[in-house]
Design a binder for this molecule. Structure first.
Ligand code: HEM
Length: 401
């Protein structure tokens, strides 16, 4: 338990964190990688460059500080981050490294304002927060290894099949090299791949949603090749998976994780909304809902650039024919000549009002501007936050516009 005075000091530093939070975590990452370059095998270099990880960590530290005397209120957030940490292989011994570095960064940024009293209070608070993460993650490691076909850490999988879904999007079918059983998963969950392209000094870890319903002898992921536009670098792992990896190539995989999952106990109508390659977790949810809950009405809305970039179109059309409880709509940003779609442009409030019942459960995934727009439309329709489920690609961001 933290002393009352410590809690007061931590809470009084929250406004300072608000101002300096991102700066502190930026200094933190520079120091972390200078002193522990081996951690570059774990952290996503692209997220570092774009500053997204800095913001995510700053927000998490701020949230923890604001809730330091009632951490139980942020357990869902701790669990969501813990899922990612478990999938990445973060271990208890990593926590003191982060703690020491974070304190040093605070001292550097805040200067004299960071009195020994404040730094001591933060050291104590960090320990409490770290212990909460470590214990949540220990349970997750234990559970991942305990389930049938499960394992802890990374396991070798062979790329059994590659199927082009569009010029930029390809599905990969992965089977375990040891020929054993694989753990089941919840529709919406992801697996994490660890790859080390030839000539690269570091391993790279990436999360990919499983793009088909569970219950198959393989995991399927569906990956968009990120070529690098608007000054952003090309995706190291996505281009490797598209261009270098072949059928027969081995990748390391950690067991399925993630809390963006379909609630199959709900009997409310279901609405799934995806933008581009954000369709992956939603197709898994769609296939599951159609077979497991045949009387549940489902609306599936997908936005793509145009017909030639529309992945899995035939599959969704086929599902719509086979399952009368499914209605599906397609929106193309800029259709090509032959394209057939329900609407041109973007998913807007009018379309959602026309095609969905606000009393439904909503799940959505896609690029950040798409996510924010969909969320604000749902809010305008009066959909409460606990029925608007979403997942960002990469580090979690802010959903409010
Ligand atoms: C991701 C918080 C400790 C490594 C994250 C994210 C948050 C976070 C908010 C983003 C989650 C998302 O993607 O949505 C924290 C907090 C910690 C902590 C509050 C301490 C109490 C650690 C430690 C390590 C670590 C000890 C290992 C050295 C990572 C990595 C990612 C991550 C590699 C993924 C980031 C990326 O590659 O983009 N953490 N973390 N974290 N964390 Fe932690």
């Amino acid at each position: 338990m933290l002393h009352k005075e410590t809690i007061e000091i931590i809470k009084s530093t929250v406004p300072v964190l608000e101002i300096h939070g991102t700066e502190i975590t930026s200094v933190f990452y520079t120091r972390l990688f200078d002193n522990h370059p081996e951690l570059l095998n774990i952290f996503n270099h692209a997220n570092q460059r774009q500053g997204r990880q800095q913001t995510a960590l700053a927000n998490a530290v701020y949230a923890a500080a604001a809730h330091i005397d009632r951490l139980e209120e942020i357990v869902p957030v701790v669990k969501q981050i813990g899922e990612k940490h478990r999938a990445l292989g973060i271990l208890p011994e990593h926590y003191p490294i982060v703690g020491t570095t974070l304190l040093a960064a605070m001292k550097e940024v805040l200067g004299d304002a960071a009195t020994p009293e404040i730094l001591n209070a933060w050291a104590d608070a960090y320990q409490v927060i770290a212990d909460a993460f470590i214990s949540v993650e220990a349970e997750m490691y234990e559970k991942a290894a305990r389930v049938p076909g499960g394992w802890s850490g990374f396991r070798r999988f062979v790329i059994n099949r590659k199927v082009k879904e569009s010029p930029l999007i390809t599905s990969l079918y992965l089977v375990p090299e040891d020929g054993g059983e694989i753990a089941s998963y919840e529709p919406g969950q992801y697996i994490t791949l660890r790859v080390k392209p030839e000539g690269d000094s570091y391993s790279h870890l990436r999360h990919y949603s499983l793009s088909t319903a569970p219950g198959k002898p393989y995991y399927r992921i569906t990956v968009k090749r990120e070529d690098g536009v608007n000054g952003e670098g090309a995706g190291v792992v996505s281009t490797w998976l598209h261009r270098q990896a072949e059928e027969g190539t081995v990748v390391e995989v950690s067991a399925p994780a993630g809390s963006f999952t379909l609630n199959s106990d709900s009997e409310l109508p279901l609405v799934l909304i995806s933008g581009g390659v954000g369709l992956t977790p939603l197709v898994s949810m769609l296939e599951t809902a159609l077979t497991k809950q045949p009387s549940r009405p489902v609306v599936y809305i997908h936005a793509a650039k145009c017909g030639s970039q529309h992945a899995m179109r035939d599959h969704i059309e086929q599902l719509t024919v086979q399952h009368p409880q499914l209605r599906s709509y397609v929106i193309y940003e800029s259709p090509e000549q032959e394209d057939q779609c329900h609407k041109t442009g973007y998913i807007d409030l009018e379309l959602l009002q026309e095609t969905t019942d606000p009393g439904s459960d909503f799940y959505f995934c896609g690029p950040v501007p798409f996510m924010r727009a969909v969320y604000s439309h749902l809010k305008a329709m009066g959909v409460p936050a606990d029925r608007a489920h979403y997942e960002f690609f990469g580090p979690a961001g802010t959903i409010e516009q």
